[in-house]
Design a protein around this ligand. Structure first.
Ligand SMILES: Cc1cc2nc3c(=O)[nH]c(=O)nc-3n(C[C@H](O)[C@H](O)[C@H](O)COP(=O)(O)OP(=O)(O)OC[C@H]3O[C@@H](n4cnc5c(N)ncnc54)[C@H](O)[C@@H]3O)c2cc1C
Length: 409
């Protein structure tokens, strides 16, 4: 590693990889410093079993018909699966008859419409617009725990309605995380190299890293808000407006459990189940993704947080219990654990994806604003409309890289 660069990118998740590519393409000397021993950040595919790539983080190519990554992913040789998700359906109508499924969908649509109308007024928590005592509130909160990683009392109405989603969702058969990681030029990435401090008091920018000190003319910061809020990455002199904005854009929590299923033929391919419809603490279960013999369980919000605190295995036990309750104790015996995530405990993520706290929707712009026209900020949380996503992170990386290129020119 040389000790002087035009631009240093901090963090090699989707935003950092995009920034690195754009900066290198502009002919600048650039390196990405990554705290982990791998690239991709919250987009991460593991092999849960032979021939079973499992996306521990991002799995869905959201707004796929407009997503700028869909085409490059196919061009890079990955397989896009265009089967639609069935997140709102209940396979076998299990404990959730069709008329109730319709009633829940209507209640959720009406709630979202109330949020859109409310966004013309002051920025209040989404939960303010639930109908007091209404039957489907617990499920609307479960939806929020999956979608926002937090229940609606923690979610800004203005921020929620600003999210832009075309409703088209695809998947990458070999893994979304694997596709994103494949876009990184590893020669230009320094792994196992957390940055502790960015010094910007003098004419040159200096970075204190685990592998020594570097200088740069510009820096693109692509770390999660959690890292900035908890002081894992600091600035000297301090930038309190950044750490405060980051704290107001906390990472909600979503976790996954992967369970192998013996003799899976009686389960529908791409089927879906809610574990419970009468409480918020429940899982969303994707049955036989890609036709493969496994179930991907999704848990969010307080439920996921409490289970993570209980320790490894607690989340798996919870989902096996829910599935056994729905499909019977014989079915439970056909399940075997493959993998579970723990994003809140991951020291370089400390959560899953950002949501703005009530009243704090404007923090995304504060976080994204450059400092001294030489420190630039990217990452999913800096995107006004595509936050919480891989393609939003990617777009933000391109935007910040372009800002740096313009500044250096
Ligand atoms: C369970 C789960 C499910 C999800 N599902 C989807 C989905 O279906 N579709 C979708 O589009 N998105 C999804 N997301 C969100 C998506 O993964 C993220 O929005 C996106 O990957 C964030 O990219 P990023 O580059 O902003 O941040 P990150 O991916 O977090 O990258 C930041 C990088 O910075 C590194 N870093 C942190 N601190 C330092 C430091 N001090 N020095 C050096 N490096 C540092 C980290 O190690 C990390 O590699 C999901 C996320 C999770 C966790």
């Amino acid at each position: 590693m040389q000790d002087r660069y035009d631009v240093v990118v901090v963090g090699a998740g989707a935003a950092g990889i995009a920034a690195l590519r754009r900066l290198a393409g502009a002919g600048l000397s650039v390196v990405a410093l990554e705290a982990r021993s791998r690239v991709g950040g919250r987009a991460h595919t593991v092999l849960a079993a032979p021939d079973l790539p499992a996306d521990c983080g991002a799995g869905w190519v959201h707004s796929a018909d407009k997503n700028l990554l869909a085409k490059p992913i196919e061009q890079a040789g990955f397989t896009i699966d265009r089967s639609p998700p069935h997140w709102m359906r209940q396979s076998f109508n299990k404990d959730f008859p069709p008329e109730d499924q319709r009633a829940f969908r209507d209640a959720l649509n009406e709630f979202e419409e109330r949020l859109r109308v409310a966004a013309a007024g002051p920025d209040r928590p989404g939960s303010d617009f639930l109908e007091p005592g209404a039957r489907w509130n617990v499920m609307i909160e479960a939806f929020s725990s999956f979608y926002n990683g937090a229940e609606f009392d923690q979610v800004s109405t203005h921020d929620f309605v600003a999210y832009d989603d075309s409703g088209v969702n695809w998947r990458v058969r070999e893994g979304y995380g694997a596709a994103i990681a494949s876009f990184a030029d590893l020669v230009k990435v320094m792994l196992d190299c957390p940055v502790a401090t960015i010094r910007h008091g003098g004419p040159e920018l200096t970075l204190d890293t685990a592998k020594g000190r570097l200088t740069a003319r510009a820096i693109v910061v692509c770390v999660p808000t959690s890292t900035l809020a908890d002081g894992r990455l600091t600035f000297s002199p301090g930038l309190p407006e950044k750490s405060e904005a980051a704290a107001d854009l906390p990472l909600g929590l979503a976790d996954k459990v992967f369970l192998g299923v013996d003799a899976p033929e009686d389960l529908p391919v791409d089927g879906h189940l809610f574990g419970h419809t009468d409480r918020t603490e429940t899982g969303s279960y994707h049955l036989r993704p890609f036709g493969k013999p496994y179930i991907e369980a999704f848990l969010g919000g307080r439920c996921a947080r409490e289970l993570e605190v209980e320790g490894p295995g607690a989340m798996t036990a919870f989902v096996v219990e829910e599935l056994g309750g729905l499909l019977g104790s014989d079915f439970r015996r056909r399940l075997h654990p493959l993998a579970e995530t723990a994003w809140a405990s991951d020291p370089w993520a400390l959560g899953s994806y950002s949501h703005a706290l009530p009243g704090r929707a404007g923090c995304r712009a504060t976080l994204a604003a450059p400092v001294e026209n030489r420190i630039f900020f990217a990452g999913e949380a800096t995107h006004a409309h595509l936050y919480s996503t891989v393609h939003g992170a990617w777009e933000s990386g391109l935007r910040a890289a372009d800002e740096a290129i313009a500044a250096l020119a």
